[in-house]
Write a protein that binds this ligand. Structure first.
Ligand code: NAD
Ligand code: TDX
Length: 334
């Protein structure tokens, strides 16, 4: 199988490419990545001689059409992915997440290539903290931020291309990922690298917001199940029953550093901050028999802390610029 992976130099895409070359040596991988601030080619260094890397933009229709014409399937991870950035400047989110997806859809339509679309649980909006329910494939879309609205838009394009043009596509909407190679702007790597630098973790607002954490390798094993056995036209929710409030995640990270449980700061809240995400992944589990391998968040988190300790040369070049951007956006200790 020849596979085009967009966004393969980003967090989840790079882990997907690592998993693919390890578990499926017969798959020929081509990565297409623009290497934005979030892309890091060195994430692929350990497997560089086993893949092809193309530096380019998914919104470049001619390039995309040429690459898609040479493969059997596309897995589309490339995106602008950070909510806070989408509040500061929504335009790249519209351009990459919507126009970029359009360009891929036109190419897979023309060449009749199998397409898997990576999306997020944030398209469903948020749940109340005391609401016992979780998102399912039937939950209506209700995105809150420019990021989640752009992802919701791209999902809708995929659905329309399936129905109107017979494109062989599947969609997955996953909850919050953690693991190696995640950019230091994101919650967990930010707090780990702050602590390595002797800076207290920073909780937005109350810290009572809840996210449903899944290890990136479990997300990617589910993507492979869907790519190989998923029903065309279907949406699958991916989640590992990992609900935690942000404060308790910070406290687990503090524990891994041997620091007291109250050794953090509350900072300015995110405007429009979603309260809670929770995923019901029954369809994926019953129809495709998928189960996550990382059932213990504490263990997976401790391994992630160790990865950032061992790989300072990977994250250090981005750290100062990331913290400067948060300061410039007006983040203040409360
Ligand atoms: P990331 O920001 O770490 O990586 C995105 C990658 O896409 C980078 O390598 C970047 O260079 C590349 N890219 C950006 N614009 C591009 C363009 N125009 N053309 C080509 N490449 C481009 O993101 P991530 O966290 O790995 O997320 C990957 C996908 O998974 C996204 O679609 C995101 O919406 C989705 N998702 C993420 C999470 C999460 O917790 N991180 C959860 C659910 C879904
Ligand atoms: O310093 C911080 N302090 C803090 O309290 C940061 C960076 C975040 N937070 C909070 C905000 C969220 O409630 O932590 C939670 C997680 O924040 P992010 O890592 O920014 O993730 P989130 O906004 O939940 O979105 C993530 O999951 C869904 C990914 O970034 C998206 O790409 C994915 O679609």
């Amino acid at each position: 199988m020849r596979l085009l992976v967009t966004g393969g130099a980003g967090f989840i895409g790079a882990n997907f490419v690592h998993q693919t070359v390890t578990t499926r040596p017969g798959v020929q991988v081509t990565v297409l990545d623009k290497l934005t601030y979030a892309g890091n080619r060195s994430s692929l260094d350990p497997i560089a001689d086993r893949i092809e890397f193309v530096h380019g933009d998914i919104a470049d229709a001619a390039l995309v059409e040429r690459l898609v014409g040479g493969v059997d399937a596309v897995v589309h991870f490339a995106a602008e992915s950070h909510n806070d950035n989408s509040l500061a400047d929504p335009w790249p989110f519209v351009q990459t997440n919507i126009v970029g997806t359009y360009s891929l859809l036109q190419a897979v339509r023309k060449h009749q290539v199998r397409y898997h679309h990576i999306s997020t649980d944030e398209v469903y909006g948020d749940l109340e903290l005391d609401d016992p329910s979780a998102f399912t494939e039937a939950t209506p879309y209700n995105p809150s931020s420019p990021y989640s609205a752009s992802k919701a838009s791209s999902d809708m394009l995929v659905r329309a291309w399936v129905r109107s043009f017979g494109v062989r596509a599947t969609i997955s909407n996953c909850s919050n990922n953690y693991g190696p190679y995640q950019h230091v702007e994101k919650f967990i790597p930010r707090q780990i690298t702050n602590l390595i630098d002797g800076v207290r973790p920073r909780l937005y607002g109350s810290g009572h917001q809840v996210r449903d954490w899944i290890h990136v390798d479990d997300h990617n094993s589910a993507v492979w199940e869907i790519l190989e056995r998923g029903r065309i036209g279907r949406t699958y929710l991916i989640g590992a029953q990992g609900e935690r409030d942000n404060k308790s995640v910070v406290q687990l990270i503090l524990e891994a550093f041997g620091r007291p449980a109250d050794d953090f700061d509350h900072v300015t809240d995110r405007p429009g901050h979603d309260l809670r995400y929770a995923i019901d992944s029954s369809l994926l589990r019953t129809e495709l028999g998928w189960t996550p391998r990382y059932s213990d968040f504490r263990t997976g988190l401790a391994a992630t802390v160790q990865w950032y300790r061992d790989n300072e040369n990977w994250w250090r070049p981005q750290k100062a610029a990331t913290e400067n951007a948060y300061a410039a956006a007006g983040e203040k200790v409360l």
